[in-house]
Structure formats: structure tokens, C-alpha cells
Design a protein around this ligand. Structure first.
Ligand code: SF4
Length: 193
């Protein structure tokens, strides 16, 4: 069976994607998400994924949490989470069209690199289930990275399973987040604590 390294953005999104991919691939998860902020939120999503992984017997790689990777990518420089929070409160905005493509690139590039390093046949991402993400852009990026790292990118539009992922998350009693991940999206969603 072909081996696939699956970038996992969160447990709820992984539920349905795993249901779809498990019959076709030997899967290992990769939880690389420096975009998830603040660290308490990162921890909650990590715990939800750990819970799911135990239930479905999924091995996962957990790279160290380094939110400065995200800021270096989208702002071009490292900045502390607390400082960024203060700037956002004062009105600093980085619009989605500027930050999201770079955020996809950051996470998928690392996944492709890791897949190459560990000898996987494919890499993919649970972002492909979200109706809020730009699947066309993710597909294009995935194919470019496949070329660069010589590991196949597996593309499937999983968005028809978004509702089922909500049902499965309830069944597994998983924490479901209220915003995409970064401090900007948290502010836009009106989450204040
Ligand atoms: S809104 Fe989501 S995809 Fe866009 S930059 Fe923030 S965390 Fe990344």
C-alpha cells in the first residue's frame, strides 16, 4: 500500500478525510501548524487530535510549536505573539489575500519536505475539506511542491464531507475551534478570549 504523509490542520477536519483515505493509503499524520495562535488554542487543537488519533489508531508526527515561523513567513520577520496581539488591538491588519497563500505554502512546503525526507510516496492535507479555504490555490501549490520535492501530491475535493466531519467530531467528542487559526482570523471572528 502506498504511504501518505497527511498534513492535519485539526482533529475535526481529519475525521472525514481519514475515513476517505484510510482504505487507499498507509497514513501518518503531520501536525505542523505554527499559524494556530495563541498557544493555548494550539494546545486545545492538539489535544483534540491526540484524542482522535487514539480512537482511530493513527500515528502522528508532532513538530515543535514555533509561531514565529508563521510571522516570519507572512510578515517577513519574527515577532512575539504578545507583541502581535497588541498591534492587532491597535488596528494592524494583514488581509486574508496576503496572508493565506503564504500560510498554505509554509505548512505544505514543510509537509512535502518531511515526506521526501522520510520516503513517503504521497503527501496531502486536511485543508482540502474546508469550504473556507482556496482549494484551487492549494492544488496548484501542492503540484508545484510535488515537482520540487519529487513526492506525489494527492488532491481530492473533500468539501462534500464537511457536514459529516461535524457529525463525526460530535461522536468523538472533539473540541471544535471558532476561527481558522491565526491571530488575525481570531480577531476577525470576534473571539476575544
Ligand atoms: S486565516 Fe487561516 S489560512 Fe489564512 S493565514 Fe490565518 S490561519 Fe492561515
Amino acid at each position: 500500500m502506498a504511504k501518505l504523509l497527511l498534513h492535519i490542520c485539526c482533529g475535526p477536519c481529519a475525521t472525514y478525510v481519514l475515513e476517505e483515505l484510510n482504505p487507499q493509503f498507509e497514513i501518518k499524520g503531520f501536525y505542523y501548524n505554527p499559524n494556530i495562535q495563541p498557544s493555548l488554542e494550539y494546545q486545545k487543537r492538539k489535544e483534540a487530535l491526540e484524542k482522535l488519533a487514539q480512537k482511530v489508531n493513527l500515528p502522528i508526527l508532532w513538530p515543535e510549536y514555533q509561531p514565529e515561523d508563521y510571522f516570519r513567513k507572512v510578515l517577513g520577520r519574527a515577532i512575539k505573539l504578545s507583541e502581535m496581539e497588541r498591534k492587532i488591538k491597535k488596528g494592524f491588519v494583514l488581509p486574508p489575500e496576503k496572508r493565506c497563500p503564504l500560510c498554505y505554502e509554509l505548512r505544505l512546503e514543510k509537509t512535502a519536505q518531511k515526506a521526501q525526507e522520510l520516503g513517503f510516496d504521497y503527501f496531502s492535507t486536511t485543508l482540502l475539506i474546508s469550504p473556507y479555504q482556496d482549494l484551487g490555490r492549494i492544488k496548484k501549490l501542492g503540484l508545484e511542491l510535488a515537482d520540487r520535492f519529487q513526492v506525489e501530491f494527492y488532491f481530492q475535493d473533500f468539501t462534500s464531507g464537511f457536514l459529516r466531519s461535524k457529525i463525526l467530531s460530535k461522536e468523538y467528542d472533539l473540541y471544535r475551534q471558532k476561527y481558522c487559526g491565526c491571530l488575525f482570523s481570531r480577531f476577525e471572528a470576534g473571539v476575544r478570549n
